[in-house]
Design a protein around this ligand. Structure first.
Ligand code: HEM
Length: 146
């Protein structure tokens, strides 16, 4: 389940970019950033970059996390940062991850989930990344008394 959550956050994490204030002139690779500007590094670009993730970067492949995040990113922490990075990273990361696992476990103990034929894949950024037309699924009870 951890691998599935990580892969979901890699491709469809709620945060598409993390705004940062540049307080002093800084060289960032080939770019010379002047002081007193705001920048928006796009996380979703890094998390889909074939340089880090390979030619199948756009495919949903949870098994790429089978040996952990460090191995999946080839030891490049900035390539996977759905909860940010560094001293201002998300304080709710552990809570959110556990909550997702508890909720999913409760659903999967009771139902099988199939994607509805009505589903249209169209993730869009509206403050956060979200499915433009919702996610229609078919839930079937596993036990007759569910
Ligand atoms: C899947 C769920 C969540 C995701 C993807 C997420 C993602 C993020 C991201 C990307 C940041 C910005 C980090 C940065 O600027 O480097 C952030 C900050 C923050 N998040 Fe979350 N978050 C989630 C859930 C939560 C929850 C459940 C809580 C509270 C219980 C929470 C509390 C915070 C707080 C307080 C900050 C600001 C930290 C700071 O500025 O020092 N988040 N989160």
């Amino acid at each position: 389940m951890t691998m599935i959550i990580n892969e979901t956050l890699r491709l469809y994490g709620p945060s598409s970019g993390l705004p940062r204030a540049v307080t002093r002139e800084v060289q960032l690779g080939k770019l010379l950033l002047p002081a007193n500007i705001d920048i928006l590094p796009i996380s979703i670009g890094l998390q889909r970059d074939p340089h880090f993730w390979g030619d199948d970067a756009h495919h949903f492949k949870p098994e790429r996390f089978a040996e952990g995040i460090a191995k999946a990113t080839n030891y490049t922490p900035a390539a996977f940062r759905p909860f940010g990075l560094g001293p201002r990273s998300c304080v709710g990361m552990t809570f959110a991850t556990i909550e997702a696992k508890v909720a999913l476990s409760m659903i999967l103990q009771r139902y099988t989930i199939t994607l509805s034929p009505a589903y249209v894949h169209s993730p869009i950024p509206v403050l956060t990344i979200r499915p433009q037309h919702g996610i229609q699924v078919i839930l079937e009870p596993i036990h007759s008394n569910a």
